[in-house]
Design a protein around this ligand. Sequence first.
Ligand code: NDP
Ligand code: MG
Length: 380
Amino acid sequence: MKKLAVLGSTGSIGTQTLEVVRENPDLKVTALSAGRNLELLEAQAREFKPELVSLQDEKAAETLAVRLADTDIQVLSGMDGLLAAATEQTADIVVTAVVGMIGIRPTIAAIEAGKDIALANKETLVTAGHLIMPFAKVRGVTIFPVDSEHSAIFQCLNGETGNQISKILLTASGGPFRGQTREQMKSVRLEDALKHPNWTMGHKITIDSSTMVNKGLEVMEARWLFGVGVDDVQVVVQPQSVIHSMVQFADGAVMAQMGVPDMKLPIQYALLYPKRRHMPGERLDFWSLQSIDFEAPDFENFPGLSLAYEAGRAGGSVPTVFNAANEWAVAAFLRREIGYLDITDIIGEAMARHKRKENPGLEDILETEAETYCSISGRI
Ligand code: NDP
Ligand code: MG
């Protein structure tokens, strides 16, 4: 029996993780945490019977505690609750599926408590990868990628220990605005940006995919997960999302992982590694697929990707500024307070204003996040 804590259980990755748990009776949930969706968290708590549940929102947590009074489930709230879920005593592995930098502290706490990590929350690695990767090594815990591209790379690296990677080929769908110019994207509305061609995901990552900022975050995520330089990660646009990513080795051989786009595969792989087990769902049919297309990314019209490479090369506190500015701007765009093209403009401006700090600790990272928010709201 493998026991897991799911942080962000009411979200897109969280609910798909619970679907995987339903299909695998040797997986057991011991902790669940969410933001404020108490209805769904109550239903999940009753179905999966964890030891504890936590909501970020205190008022919602109070209501949930009353509703779950007929059970033995402990109900917690706030950051303390999130940390308690991340370190729940009996859990073997923690699925980090909260969205944004809020995931840093619980991820570090889970590693400290000796838990393996099934990592979906990429913002954590982008901003604190230099702290998390060595810490995981010291604590002897494994970080299993859940992001589909990184799971693909991880799968391509099976049995290749000691062999030199010459390049990681990170595939991208190109999002709903592939082929458009900035001029054409001026009039993009929230509804347009929320329509991803191949994946159904949470709102924040769907917007990030449309701006290609998601791919930029993934370049930095890959750098930490696989110990390569940012310029060893090449983005390849592959609009059908059939190839989830590839690795080119020193001898020129390229390994690819392919499949129907379905996040349950990388989630299940992370939870059952190294085993593969039957998963219900569609299969790739190469006779009807016929062709797979490739393109270079459009760095000019999608400056979010160029800025991400710039942030990744600069390192230190710069990736935090890139990420925090994006989190701020996407939240504002989702509230319809700024225009679509403002998102990447805001990131570029925040990076230009920032004075880089070398090797930031956890407090420096959180301070840089707050400073970035402050510097943007002062200007808008
Ligand atoms: P969602 O927005 O769908 O879900 C986010 C989850 O986090 C919800 O359970 C939400 O709770 C919870 N949450 C939000 N704020 C807080 C908070 N302050 N404290 C505790 N919990 C909080 O996001 P996704 O599932 O799409 O994405 C999660 C992460 O996984 C992101 O980092 C994303 O980049 C990454 N990822 C997602 C993929 C996908 O297919 N969705 C693919 C690859 C990576 P509530 O519902 O109550 O608000
Ligand atoms: Mg991805």
